[in-house]
Design a protein around this ligand. Sequence first.
Ligand code: ATP
Length: 377
Amino acid sequence: MSHSTLSTPTGSGPSSSGPARTDTPALEVRGLGKSFPVGGLFSRDSVRALHGVDLAIGRGEIVALVGESGSGKSTLARCVARLERPSEGSILLDGVDVLKRDRFQASRAFRSQLQMVFQDPFGSLNPAHRIGHFLRRSLAIHGKGGRSETETQARLEQLMDTVGLQADMLDSYPHELSGGQRQRVAIARALAVEPQVILADEPTSMLDVSVRIGVLNLMRRLRDEQGISMLYITHDLASARYLADRTAVMFAGELVEEGESLDLLANPAHPYTQLLVSAVPDPARAGSYDPVRRAELRQAVMASTGCAFDGDPDQACSADRPVRHQVGAPENRHWVRCHLYRPRAGAGGHALAADPAAGAPAPAGPPPSNISRKVSA
Ligand SMILES: Nc1ncnc2c1ncn2[C@@H]1O[C@H](COP(=O)(O)OP(=O)(O)OP(=O)(O)O)[C@@H](O)[C@H]1O
C-alpha cells in the first residue's frame, strides 16, 4: 500500500476508540519558545525556531505534528523530550510542570513517563548488542524487570509479542533485522518503561513503504489497547490522517492550525495547510493540483521566516500575531491562526476568547525576514 494514499478504515481510524479520557492532558506545552544563538561567540543574533506553542494531548490520544522541513517540529520534540532547554514556556506531564520539577535535566521519573522513538532505526540500536540487551537494559534502568530471570524473560517475550516480533529475535543482532523490525524493537524498548506518552519523530520516514503501514498500525494498537498518548511528528499528511486523532500544523515555528485530523485535512483553513494538502495525491481532488502554483508558494514559504502568505505589506501579519479562529463546528476542535481567514457564512469562525494571543502584539524576537516577493493565498 502506498504511504501517500493511506485511507482510514471505517470505525478503526482516529477518534474511534481508546480508553476514557480524564480532563488533565497526558502532555501539554504552554507558550513554548526556543531561540538558538547564531553568528558566533560575540554575536547577539538568534534564530527563533519555536514561538508561543500551545498543544495538549489527551490520554489515549494521538496528535500529529505536521510541517515541512525547518518548520520547527524536531525542535519542539527535542524540547519536550528534554534534550533541549526551551527559552520560554512550560511542559506539563500529567499536570506536573516538569521544567520546574527537574530543573536541569530530565529525571528518571520523567523518562519513565515519556519515551521517544526516533526516525533512524539503524542508528538508534548499538550494533554490538543483541536485541534482548536493549530491552533488558530498559527494564533494569526503570525497575520494571521481574523478580527472577524467568519473570524477566517472560516480560521480554511479552514485549516482543506486543510489537509483533518473534521471541527468538531477542538473540539477534540489529544488522540481522529489517528496518521495520528494528523500529519495532525501538518501540518495544520504549514500551518496556511503561510510559504514558510516546514521542515519535518521523518513525516511519526511513522505512520501506511496504512496512510503514505495519508500524503505524502498531502505534494505533498501542493507543487503543494500552491508552498510550502519542505525539506523532511527520511531514506526511496521509499518515497523519490515517493515524492521528488530531493534527496540528507547524509553520515557521508556530502552530497555525489544529483540528480533528479528518476535518482539518478535508477543510484546511490556513494557506500553508492548503499548500501541504495540495501535495497529497487524492483522486477526489483530481485536477486541483497545480504544480506551478505549488512551486511558487513553496518557494516563498521556504524563503520566509515570517508569514509568506501576507499579500499586503501593510497587513498585520508581520506586526500582530493573528488570533485563533474557530473553523466550523466546535466539536471538530478546529482552529486557525491567520489574518486572511474568512469564515464561510453560517459556518462558525469567531475568534476564540480563550486565545492567549488575542489582541496581543507580536512578541519580541528577531523580526521576520523580508522576503522578496510575498504571495497571497
Ligand atoms: N542547534 C541549532 N542551532 C541553530 N539553529 C537551529 C538549531 N536547531 C534547529 N535550528 C533551526 O530551527 C529551525 C527549525 O528546525 P527543526 O529542525 O526543528 O525543523 P524541522 O521541522 O524538524 O525540520 P526537519 O523535518 O528537516 O527536521 C530551522 O530554521 C533550523 O535551522
